[in-house]
Design a protein around this ligand. Structure first.
Ligand code: AMP
Length: 219
C-alpha cells in the first residue's frame, strides 16, 4: 500500500470537505470515499443497510463504528482505489482512526487535511446548502439548479438534506466537537496533520491544499 496516496479530509459539516475531496480525487485520480454519501445512497435506495441507518442519519448521531469500518474496508478494495483514496467523513472518532490504520497499515495515510471553519459560519452555510440526490453535486439555495430543483450535471433532483435543518445541525456540531476533534491530536502525533482556512473561495482552499501536498513531496 506504500505507493498509494491516501488522504484524510477533516472538518466540520459545511467546511467544504465534500467539494475539496472531490477536487483532490479529480486532480490525482483517487477514489472519493465519503461514508455520508454511501449511507445516504443506501437510505435513498431503501436497501437493508439504508433501513438500518435511516433514523440515525436523520437524528444527526453517528452510526456504529463496526458498520462504517466494514463499509470503508470493502470500499477501499474496489479497483478505483488502487492509486489511493480521499477519505471524507471517515474517520469520525479515535476508534475509526485506529481501524483505518489497521486497514491501510502503518504509514498508509500520507496526510490529514483539516479544513477550519468557525461555528458561526457553519450554520449559515449548511442551511443554504442543497445537494443532488443522484450525483452529490453541491449547490447553494440561490443557484439556478437549486431553484429549479434539477442538477446541472446529471439531471437528478436537487434537495435539502434532512440533516441540514438547524436543530439537527446543532446536534451534528456537538457530535463533531465531542468525537471528531480528538482526531486532530491523533494525526498531529503522527506528524501528518495540516490545516487550511476554510473561509476562502473553493479555488483558494484547493490551491492551499495542493501547496501543502507539494510541500511534503506527495505530488
Ligand atoms: P456526513 O455527510 O459526513 O455529514 O454524514 C452524514 C451522516 O452519516 C452523519 O451525521 C452520520 O449519521 C453518518 N455518518 C457518516 N460518516 C460516518 C462515520 N464515519 N461514522 C459514523 N456515522 C457516520
Amino acid at each position: 500500500m506504500s505507493g498509494q496516496l491516501n488522504l484524510v479530509v477533516l472538518g466540520k459539516q459545511g467546511a467544504g470537505k465534500g467539494t475539496q475531496s472531490q477536487l483532490l480525487c479529480d486532480r490525482h485520480s483517487l477514489a472519493h470515499v465519503s461514508t455520508g454519501d454511501i449511507l445516504r445512497a443506501a437510505v435513498q435506495a431503501g436497501s437493508p443497510l439504508g433501513l438500518e441507518v435511516k433514523s440515525v442519519l436523520e437524528s444527526g448521531q453517528l452510526v456504529s463504528d463496526d458498520l462504517v469500518n466494514k463499509l470503508v474496508d470493502d470500499r477501499l478494495k474496489e479497483a478505483d482505489a488502487a492509486r489511493g483514496a480521499v477519505l471524507d467523513g471517515f474517520p469520525r472518532n479515535i476508534e475509526q482512526a485506529q481501524a483505518l490504520e489497521r486497514i491501510l497499515g502503518e504509514g498508509g495515510i500520507k496526510l490529514c487535511v483539516d479544513i477550519e471553519l468557525p461555528n458561526e459560519l457553519v450554520i449559515g452555510r449548511l442551511s443554504s446548502r442543497r445537494v443532488c440526490q443522484e450525483c452529490g453535486t453541491i449547490y447553494k439555495d440561490t443557484d439556478i439548479a437549486a431553484i429549479s430543483g434539477t442538477c446541472e450535471v446529471c439531471g437528478g433532483d436537487v434537495v435539502q438534506r434532512s440533516d441540514d435543518k438547524p436543530e439537527v445541525i446543532r446536534q451534528r456540531l456537538e457530535t463533531f466537537e465531542r468525537d471528531t476533534l480528538p482526531l486532530l491530536s491523533f494525526y498531529e502525533s503522527r506528524g501528518i496533520l495540516v490545516k487550511v482556512n476554510g473561509d476562502q473561495s473553493v479555488e483558494k482552499v484547493a490551491s492551499d491544499i495542493d501547496a501543502l501536498l507539494h510541500g511534503r513531496g506527495l505530488t
